[in-house]
Design a protein around this ligand. Sequence first.
Ligand code: PEP
Ligand code: MG
Length: 559
Amino acid sequence: MISIQGKGVSVGVAAGPLYFYQRAKSTIRRYTVEDREAEWQRFKDAQAQAIEQLGQLAEKAREEAGDEAAMLFETHQMMAEDLDYEEAIENLIKEEGQNAEAVVTDVAAQFAEMFASMDDSYMQARAADVKDVSGRIIGLLTGVVQGGINSPVPVILAADDLAPSETVQLDKSKILGFVTSGGSGSSHTAILARTMGIPAIIGVGDQLKPEYEGREVIADGGTGNVVVDPDEATRDHLMAKRAELLRRQELLNQLKGQPNVTKDGQTVRIYCNIGNPEDVYPVLDNDGGGIGLFRSEFLYLNCDDYPTEDYQFEAYKKVLSEMNGKEVVIRTLDIGADKMIEYFHLPKEENPALGNRALRICLNRPEIFRTQLRALYRASAYGHLSIMFPMVTSVWEVKEARKMCEQVQKELAEEGVPFSKDVDLGIMIETPAAAVISDRLAKVVDFFSIGTNDLTQYTLACDRQNNDLGRFFNAHHPAVLRLIKMVAENAHKEGIWCGICGELGADLDLTETFLSIGIDELSVSPRSVLPLRQKVRQTEVAACRDRLVDDLMSDQITI
Ligand code: PEP
Ligand code: MG
């Protein structure tokens, strides 16, 4: 038995075979083939398989996000069997005897270059499509499935860390848990695991060895312990723990339908964070009161090109309709830094976390922002929508964003397209600048939602992605907590609500603190709703208010 210690970032115990996440190899082997006909057939088989996979993806997309989403995959299907593309591949294999994966790589590059050099922007965008389709065929030819889990049974997924663009493509039904050598508690692998309600352990470093592939593993997301080839006693112990956790979950289930009210009558709204339209189901299952953060950038990460207005409209409409009148706060595009998207062609930056990201991109490239705002306002006719802007540092940014919202509403009204007139506009407080001027910002918005992941990163000058900084990244630091208190006070002075949607919102050690400073809403992963409700219902705010608020300000706290 081998025991590995990491940091547990999503509770639960998972048992199953270990599987290493496979990235497409960047180097393609080149060789001359003996049997050119057989090599051509090898290509044809991979092509047929790719077309079948794309058909399945189109069906899945149609069910989850409508016809527009399905069309993307259908276009890819057509591209995979395009006659010119096929002919170019056939010639190189049959006339020059090159191996299929090398030929597909070269032909993809030629076609992509040809598309990219065209004047028409629609045709230019096809460059990404031909690369994507070819990548799928190459994956099938080499056996390295891009970002895939090539296993017939569900697995515990091992990786160094996963980028957001990789997490969106995973077949979630195949994942029992995550174990990563890098990563951090607020990385997107951790966030995804918590949304899915499956165990995750990060930061195991080089203890995770490739030879463990396929071996039996039990991963405990509470203690951060991972055992490979467990002995019988360990297996019994961990499986008993798993059963106990499931029993506790059963008890928590009894809190469904109960109010989030403290013993002395203070209420707080418990909402959920989601990244994809289908995440709405765990929200409903766990009795979330609304959605406090829909990270809309995941829609963009899921596409190979700018998602159209209709594609986004369908996705937002689905969430709003499923939530059936409960509030849904959709955050506008928050890319840059750790969430890079190739087709945005953003210049490489020295300090991406401090660079062109989130609202800054939207204000600099209004055509992208306008498409998203149109989709949002159109969807507002189907439920209770609020819109939230990320990475704000100044009042003028909010004013400019609000102006764009007004323009979009005017356009839609002129076109006779229905939309709600009651969409609240709020901002994330995730920079120290926004916290410090929250008195001014509170005058121009309808609500605040504190993004403690970034607020901690920027306040402590500590990269949230860097696992080596673990003990320096202290979200309980009084500097962070004092800012949160100040923001809540400034919100309340202007009569607007203040929530927390960063990972700290689910930290039960701080629930009393948040209640005592009057936080109105906590937006957490769906699986955290019921434990948080239980904590709220056990709390008597009056009994802890003075102690906690004094603590925040006290010189006695170790910093
Ligand atoms: C945050 O920064 O706390 C937040 C909720 O946004 P994200 O984690 O997506 O950056
Ligand atoms: Mg953030």
